[in-house]
Design a protein. Structure first.
Ligand code: KG4
Ligand code: ZN
Length: 344
């Protein structure tokens, strides 16, 4: 089955073609393209929803044409369209949803709406590395920090989440305090290289509470005071900034990893997936590999390219849902707020 995936929920316009065998569950990415709007939004310090919608509108149709020609396929070869229907920015979602619906109607191809987070949860499957059920996924992006118990395709139980800021948001806001551009996660990660992660004392929020929830707004505030105590950003040397970035990265990663391990142990699911943009962070991946091995937990990490937003994961999620017998609903809409727990 050849599936065209379309993703436009936030600030990346992404399209991909996945070719999967419904009998064996095996498949491969035939072609994929991503157009990032980061440069456009960077000057505003974050994503501007109206600008995002307009950029998707301009980028999407020519990207699909280019994708089909790269794959040497035509519309008549596409068996299924899969599109992110939510959660995300309403205007941005509407561009992808309207395009998918129109293309489906004109070319007589069924369209399956996909939950963006379900795409992230199943992303290890793109490299044939989806663990046995049940497994725990740590889903860490700019808007979400969730621990999800994945019982089977479509059966997701949120077992922990942030009570305030998401981990990516904490990286983005802390980066701004260090004078770094949006998105802050990769900026902090590259600035942190070789830094002293013990120099500034930053809190590990909620780490000692016996639950699976997170809180990152206090960490961001602690960074603000640490910068103030160091005499303000202008008084900080390159070494000071590097050490501060290392401390931010280390505090965030320690909480994320230790709570994820706790989730696996508590729910007796010794398999852990990480997903979402922050899962591209190499310090997080290294700490996770180390502590998971020490606790007898298998870790499954999608390629960093498939941790951040992409359309291959949307096409793959649709493939797995179709294998499961899910068929496209008669009625559906772009859904900016959509709980993962209501999918089955
Ligand atoms: O999943 P994603 O691409 O978009 C959504 O939010 O859905 O995640 C973007 C987030 C941003 O907050 C960005 O700063 C963070 O992921 N991020 C990183 C890294 N790459 C992206 N955070 C830490 N280290 C990275 N290498
Ligand atoms: Zn995402």
């Amino acid at each position: 089955m050849i599936i065209l995936g379309v993703e436009s929920s936030c600030d990346e316009t992404a399209v991909a073609i996945y070719d999967g065998d419904l009998n064996t569950g095996q498949g491969r990415i035939v072609a994929e393209q991503i157009a990032s709007q980061i440069e456009t939004h960077a000057k505003f310090g974050g994503v501007v929803p109206e600008v995002a919608s307009r950029e998707h509108l301009m980028a999407l149709p020519p990207m699909v044409d280019a994708l089909l020609s790269e794959a040497a396929l035509s519309w008549s070869d596409i068996d299924q369209i899969a599109v992110t229907a939510g959660p995300g920015l309403l205007g941005a979602l509407l561009v992808g949803a309207s395009y998918a619906r129109a293309a489906g109607m004109v070319n007589d191809i069924p369209v399956l709406p996909v939950h963006h987070m379900e795409g992230h949860l199943l992303a290890p499957g793109l490299s044939g590395d989806l663990p046995a059920f049940p497994f725990v996924t740590l889903l860490v992006s700019g808007g979400h920090t969730l621990l999800v118990l994945v019982k089977s395709i479509g059966q997701y139980e949120v077992i922990g989440q942030t009570l305030d800021d998401a981990a990516g948001e904490c990286f983005d806001k802390s980066a701004r305090l260090l004078g770094l551009p949006y998105p802050g996660g990769p900026e902090i990660a590259s600035m942190a290289a070789g830094g002293d992660a013990t120099r500034f004392k930053l809190p590990r929020p909620m780490l000692n509470r016996d639950n699976l929830d997170f809180s990152f707004s206090g960490l961001k505030t602690a960074v603000m005071y640490a910068v103030k105590n160091a005499g303000g950003l202008s008084a900080m040397s390159a070494t000071d900034r590097r050490d501060m970035a290392a401390c931010i990265e280390s505090a965030t990663c320690e909480v994320l990893v230790k709570k994820s391990i706790r989730a696996c142990l508590k729910r007796e699911a010794p398999r852990l997936v990480i997903a979402g943009g922050v899962a591209a962070n190499s310090a997080l991946r290294a700490l996770l590999a180390e502590l998971a091995a020490a606790n007898g937990i298998e870790v499954h990490m999608p390629h960093p390219r498939h941790c951040t937003d992409n359309a291959a994961m949307i096409a793959y999620a649709a493939f797995r849902k179709i294998m499961q017998g899910v068929s496209p609903p008669e009625e559906w809409d772009a859904t900016p707020r959509w709980s993962l727990s209501n999918l089955s």
